[in-house]
Design a protein. Structure first.
Length: 249
């Protein structure tokens, strides 16, 4: 039976990521979370806070993938332009969302006017957008298959968790790995043969060095756990036939 595949692209928006000053963890968290639901992250990009780069990236990704998740650029400052870019990508107006604006005003009763005005930037969403719940503050939003989440990791995770059970999902992808103390080149031909026999499974080879010496970590990913177990056993046998030792991780 052919696996049902639902895929996604992650767009990480922010100059601070590209500068190296901020270490991104959102891609990892999104991939792990939606992967457990049955949505595969097939591509990820890091792009700056520049409209001419965000808009075409969103247009391309939303046409190519089932879902697009963006992070960053929906705060209260001048460089938070993601909402405006999403509106432009869909050809709609940017409008004040009454529900978000009301929430912000209720939490900013003692704030100076200029602070309130800045916070209200977070209430601007593309016309017709739905909301992504955020228990700790202003929500994110979505338009069609594009889900716009915060860049702050803890807030992003809150928003993402609220989507569980609300998105279309496919067959979940499982993974298993074998730690083999053998060079990649010595088992390359055998791995190629295994891959040709199981094109429905991804077989990745990653060299490492630890206290035990030099080796290769083999990671298999697919939708059938029994197939992965069989491949792990065959990889261990292949390693032993090449003079190395291997263990299941």
């Amino acid at each position: 039976m052919t696996a049902k595949v639902v895929n996604a692209c992650v767009l990480i928006i922010g100059n601070e990521i590209l500068s190296g000053r901020t270490q991104d963890t959102n891609l990892r968290d999104i991939a792990n979370t939606v992967g457990s639901w049955g949505i595969r992250v097939a591509e990820a990009r890091v792009i700056p806070d520049i409209e001419s780069m965000i808009v075409p990236a969103v247009r391309e990704a939303k046409a190519k993938y089932d879902y697009v998740f963006t992070t960053g650029g929906i705060g209260p400052t001048h460089d938070d332009i993601t909402a405006a870019c999403i509106a432009k990508a869909f050809g709609v107006s940017l409008v004040e969302n009454e529900a978000i604006a009301s929430l912000i005003r209720s939490r900013s009763q003692d704030a100076p006017r200029e602070v309130l005005d800045s916070r209200l930037r977070m209430a601007m969403t593309p016309e017709g957008a739905g909301l992504v719940e955020n228990p700790g503050g202003p929500p994110g939003f979505f338009v069609d298959n594009v889900y716009v989440l915060a860049g702050i990791p803890s807030v992003m995770r809150n928003m993402l968790s609220s989507l569980e059970g609300k998105l279309e999902t496919g067959d979940r992808v499982f993974s298993a790995s074998v730690k083999a103390y053998v060079t990649e080149s010595s088992i390359a031909a055998g791995l190629g043969q295994l891959q040709s026999e199981r094109p429905d499974v991804d077989i990745g080879s990653y060299p490492f060095r630890d206290e035990g010496g030099y080796g290769t970590r083999l990671v298999v990913r697919g939708t059938d756990q029994s197939v992965l177990d069989d491949l792990c056993n065959r990889i261990r046998a292949l390693t032993r036939s090449s003079g190395g030792e291997a263990s299941r991780e």
